[in-house]
Ligand binder design. Structure first.
Ligand code: IPD
Ligand code: CA
Length: 267
């Protein structure tokens, strides 16, 4: 079941990626601002989500849909497709080749604290890379099975993170970084949480954490990271979600979680 869904998800995400890449090459236009002036949606985000949504409806008419740029719909099958048509929209706007198309299929209520993710795909059209995972089937980049870095101590950890569009949350995030930055190898802000989680799976980062991620930002990437051996969650046993998403090999997860809590990340 999961591998069949993964094959469908892969084909759809790659078609979405190809469309977004064509639009990027033609020139990108902002369509509107959302939660803040910095939080933008481009015409390409909308068009790519519409394409992905129609391909899902053709292939899996009974499934639900939860995407960043259009209304959610409940299906009758118990499965929901969770889609970010362009994760890293600001990079997309500026032509920084670090944005992705993220497609996941989850079972259960469309709520990250209770759902089970069956398949996840993150496509980076700029690099030609497609990161995939299915539940129990491992995480893969082409024919390479992915495994997170193990045995990395916090002072030597390369940690990916991201920042909210809300200036209030950003002020809080700056405070957390003050405690963290002197105690890790370095910080990376790549601009696409789905790519951060995929890079973690591929050993290109040792850890990732972020407050404020939406379900479509982390659904596919969290499965890819988990299937590569990462522990993924919130703080103090919570599920990953808007409050906090942390991902790393299990030992490093615990050390990073403790440091985040010590630095004041009580959400
Ligand atoms: C954003 C990216 C970014 C993260 C933000 C997200 P978007 O998604 O994942 O890395 O730091 O929190 O909102 O807006 O580009 O789809
Ligand atoms: Ca997006």
């Amino acid at each position: 079941m999961s591998s069949a869904l993964l094959a469908i998800a892969c084909g759809i995400a790659e078609q979405g990626g190809a469309l977004a890449a064509r639009r990027r090459a033609e020139g990108v236009e902002v369509a509107a601002s959302k939660s803040a002036p910095e939080d933008i949606v481009t015409f390409a985000d909308r068009e790519t989500e519409a394409l992905i949504r129609s391909l899902i409806a053709d292939a899996r008419p009974d499934d639900g849909f939860l995407g960043e740029e259009s209304d959610a719909s409940r299906g009758s099958s118990g499965l929901t497709w969770v889609v970010d048509p362009i994760d890293g929209t600001v990079n997309f706007l500026y032509g920084i080749p670090s944005w992705s198309v993220s497609v996941a299929v989850v079972e259960g209520d469309p709520d990250p604290s209770t759902w089970t993710t069956l398949a996840g795909v993150v496509v980076n059209p700029s690099s030609g890379e497609t990161f995939v995972a299915s539940a129990g089937g491992g995480a893969w980049l082409g024919d390479r099975r992915l495994e997170v870095n193990h045995g990395v101590e916090l002072p030597l950890a390369l940690v990916g993170t991201g920042f909210s569009y809300s200036s209030e949350t950003r002020a809080w995030q700056a405070g957390i970084l003050t405690g963290l930055l002197p105690r890790v190898r370095d910080i990376r802000r790549l601009g696409s949480a789905a790519l951060d989680l995929s890079f973690l799976a591929a050993g290109r980062l040792d850890a990732h954490f972020e407050r404020g991620l939406n379900a479509w930002d982390h659904a596919a990437g969290a499965l890819i990271a988990r299937e590569a051996g990462a522990k993924v969650g919130g703080l103090r046993g919570a599920a990953e979600g808007v409050g906090m998403t942390v991902a790393a090999s299990p030992d490093l997860f615990d050390a990073l979680e403790a440091l985040l809590v010590e630095s004041g990340a009580m959400v």
